[in-house]
Design a protein around this ligand. Structure first.
Ligand code: FAD
Length: 509
């Protein structure tokens, strides 16, 4: 660690707006009890009020649309990073509203929809949600089964959505379904901006999640809900493009939040290891401890710089990074947060495993980042597919820097050596992971981070090699496990929490 005791983090200065907002957040956060929020499984109303009053629930809404801040992408992501360093539940609550919640309305809503909802959203008077996932369509969103049938008066929506963040609390929800024309023929997907009071829409049960317990993720049900055609987001035939745009940008927000989470892990590891005495020496004095911290520092600085670079490209109106790059930065940031939060929990020993200390909660909260808005495997496969099918976009992206030119050379060589691979094969997935490391390699990095990226890239290549060895046949495995491990997942009677039919508002509902 001696070569850089003062790490080169935050090379790009925050703008005055960010300095002010982050200072306010740090001060405000001193009064928040994150453990209690987790235990109660509900964040308190004063969070929403304070964040709304500060404009943080609609950071990119322009003043003319009722926004208070009108932040650039760089600024928004720097605030998001700060939020991630404070608490991941807080960060994702805010991030969801700004990204998945507001972006589709701001970018694709009609003028009337924007006028109606943006001022309320920007000031936190209402919240926004995004409902794409269904029980049968998560990592495979093209498998949606909810439908919007075009009728004379509008769209007739039927079906259900799952795990929709903040939906039960939201005033407005962007819902994505199949679009059926008046004859019932499939004509793509449609995005609809629905009011919480939409007739025919019902809020469903909440998910008992492992982390982000202070937020709500719930089901939504549509029973022949008639939706006004003015509520269509973008083209009525291109709903998946609206959802994809929203999620691609959301991935950048997740990456920024993960970088904040990495900082928080570093803080806890440093605090503990430098204070914990192990008899004649401190935990910090072990070379291994310093190695773990240095690797985490490499991840935080390298990925932080990558997020900054992508944000600045957007702000400067440069050609947008292709979607595989946004998928890669989310893949990388969430995978590293998973590793580092686990390493931090390990370093804290029994204290790491006790819920009076914050690392366990962070570890649980961090786990979702590898699953939502594209699970890691799906994203890696997508990157691998893109690189094989349209290599030019990735090569162009890489070749913008001197190390990137070397990276592009390597990629050309890999593609030539590997030959065509099946779209959904493990080879394509592993190629995608290697390409994500190449993209990070293409960034300007300090020397320790470059050595770390080099090492990780070699590791990723090694893992790619492994897919060449055959997978054994596993006939009868499920039965064998059931016979040996037992069956103990039978539904239990539990508590009866349903209202007696005789007391319901509508008899026999
Ligand atoms: C806390 C939380 C918040 C959420 N918020 C929202 C929200 O606001 N809005 C919304 O619409 N959705 C939301 N979701 C849903 C989330 O985006 C989905 O859960 C996610 O897309 C994964 O879908 P799935 O759970 O159906 O997994 P599945 O599709 O069942 O996938 C299971 C596993 O299979 C893997 N897999 C898939 N394809 C391949 C492949 N080719 N090769 C190898 N492995 C593969 C996946 O990577 C994954 O690990 C949320 C979920 C949670 C838990």
């Amino acid at each position: 660690m001696n070569e850089r005791m003062v790490p080169e983090v935050g090379v790009l200065a925050d703008t005055p707006a960010v300095v002010q907002l982050n200072a306010w957040l740090r001060n405000w956060a001193r009064r928040l009890d994150f453990r209690l929020v987790d235990e109660r499984r509900c964040l308190p109303p004063h969070w929403v009020l304070a964040l709304g009053n500060k404009g943080l629930l609609g950071m990119q809404v322009a003043e003319r649309d009722g926004g208070l801040l009108g932040l650039s992408n760089f600024e928004l992501l720097r605030v998001q990073r700060q939020l991630g360093a404070i608490d991941l539940t807080l960060a994702f609550f805010v991030g969801l509203n700004n990204g998945l919640g507001i972006r589709p309305i701001q970018r694709f809503g009609s003028p009337a929809i924007k006028e109606r909802y943006l001022p309320q959203l920007a000031s936190g008077r209402i919240l926004a949600a995004f409902a794409l996932t269904e029980h049968g369509a998560g990592s495979n969103p093209l498998g949606l089964s909810a439908t919007a049938l075009r009728e004379k008066e509008g769209f007739r929506v039927n079906g259900s959505k799952s795990w929709s963040g903040s939906a039960a609390w939201a005033g407005v929800i962007s819902v994505f379904t199949r679009h059926l024309d008046e004859q019932g023929r499939d004509c793509g997907f449609v995005g609809l901006c629905l009011d919480a009071e939409q007739p025919g829409m019902r809020q469903g049960s909440e998910a008992l999640t492992l982390g982000l317990k202070g937020m709500v993720q719930n089901q939504l049900h549509f029973d022949a809900a008639l939706v006004d055609p003015d509520r269509v987001l973008g083209s009525p035939f291109a709903g998946m493009a609206v959802a994809s745009d929203t999620m691609a940008y959301g991935r950048l927000g997740i990456a920024a939040t993960c970088v904040g989470g990495l900082w928080r892990c570093l803080q806890l590891m440093m605090r503990y290891s430098t204070r914990r005495s192990l008899g004649s020496h401190r935990l910090w004095d072990h070379q291994y401890t310093q190695r773990v911290v240095d690797d985490a520092l490499c991840a935080a600085t390298a990925i932080g710089g990558w997020v900054d670079d992508l944000a600045l490209r957007l702000d400067q109106g440069l050609p947008e990074a292709p979607p595989q790059v946004l998928a890669a930065v989310k893949w990388m940031a969430s995978e590293m947060l998973g590793e580092v939060s686990d390493a931090a929990l390990q370093m804290l020993g029994a204290r790491g495993y006790c819920d009076n200390n914050p690392i366990g909660q962070l570890w649980r909260d961090a786990r979702i980042t590898r699953l939502f808005e594209g699970p890691s495997e799906t994203l890696a496969t997508f990157i691998g597919q893109r690189v094989q099918e349209q290599p030019v976009a990735t090569l162009d992206y890489l070749e913008q820097t001197a190390p990137g030119k070397i990276a592009a050379q390597r990629l050309r060589q890999w593609l030539a050596d590997a030959g065509p691979m099946e779209r959904l094969s493990a080879g394509t997935l592993r190629l995608g992971e290697c390409v994500a490391w190449l993209m990070l390699y293409a960034q300007p990095l300090d020397e320790p981070s470059r050595r770390w990226v080099d090492f990780r890239l070699e590791q990723a290549l090694h893992t790619w090699e492994r897919v060449r060895s055959p997978v054994r046949a596993m006939p009868g495995l499920a039965e064998w496990i059931n016979a040996n491990a037992g069956l103990c997942d039978e539904p239990q009677p539990g508590e009866d929490s349903t209202i007696d039919p005789l007391l319901m508002s509508r008899e026999g509902l």
